[in-house]
Design a protein around this ligand. Structure first.
Ligand code: MN3
Length: 233
């Protein structure tokens, strides 16, 4: 299956109105068709320490992520989007000023679930297989790709996200601001790093670079990126 273009995305979003409960706008992703609600973390809350402490997760997952999930559920209640997947809600609300609050909360609900899966207590190391081959081909090899991802994450101004994506047939590193994600521009997300201050301030205060480098060294889940690459291929 090819990566959806923006036109495909918008058409899918429009079509989503007909069958919102079952249609995902992003069928190629490993995490497609996410129900509204707070999903369980994929590891124990203290499993990422000391790189990311359980105190950070108490707030980041237990307060921030939960609030995005709760607010999304509240905002869809009694609307035509009640029962829709998170992906379909993002698709149906992106770019619509009157639905900005729902878009922001649903997109942040999705982004955080994707972020938790981008981390693993057994992470770090290097990607393998086809992902490693594409990193060599498109991003100048692992060391350069890792450095460029760190530079993008550290250098992003303000709140947002750094991503490894597949853009058409090519891997790329990109960032998005606030709640935005590559989903809505037709790119396939493979991996993300949250660079909102709430992701690192308890553990690293203002030292975003220390957080980013520690995550890339110890937690980044290349297996998840490989799964997304395989699912979106
Ligand atoms: Mn966050």
């Amino acid at each position: 299956m090819t990566t959806p273009t923006r036109r495909d995305f918008l058409m899918t979003a429009a079509a989503a109105g007909a069958a919102l409960a079952t249609t995902s706008a992003f069928p190629t992703l490993a995490l497609a068709a996410s129900p509204v609600g707070l999903p369980p973390l994929p590891w124990a809350r203290d499993a990422l320490a000391p790189v990311i402490s359980s105190s950070t997760l108490d707030f980041h997952y237990g307060k921030h992520h939960k609030a995005y999930a709760d607010k999304t559920a509240e905002l869809i209640k009694g609307t035509e989007l009640d029962g829709a997947t998170v992906e379909a809600i993002v698709a149906a609300t992106v770019g619509k000023a009157e639905r900005k609050a729902l878009y922001n909360n649903a997109a942040q609900l999705w982004n955080h679930t994707f972020y938790w899966n981008s981390l693993s207590p057994k992470g770090g190391g290097k990607p393998r297989g086809r992902l490693a081959e594409l990193i060599d081909r498109d991003l100048g090899g692992f060391d350069k790709a890792r450095a460029d991802l760190a530079t993008a994450a550290v250098g992003h101004f303000g709140s947002g996200w750094a991503w490894l994506v597949k853009d058409g047939d090519t891997l790329a590193i990109t960032t998005t601001g606030n709640a935005d994600s590559p989903l809505t521009t037709g790119k396939t997300p493979l991996l993300t790093l949250d660079v909102w201050e709430h992701a690192y301030y308890i553990d690293y205060q203002n030292r975003r670079a220390d957080y980013v480098n520690a995550v890339l060294d110890k937690l980044v889940n290349w297996n998840f990126a490989e799964e997304n690459l395989a699912a979106g291929a």
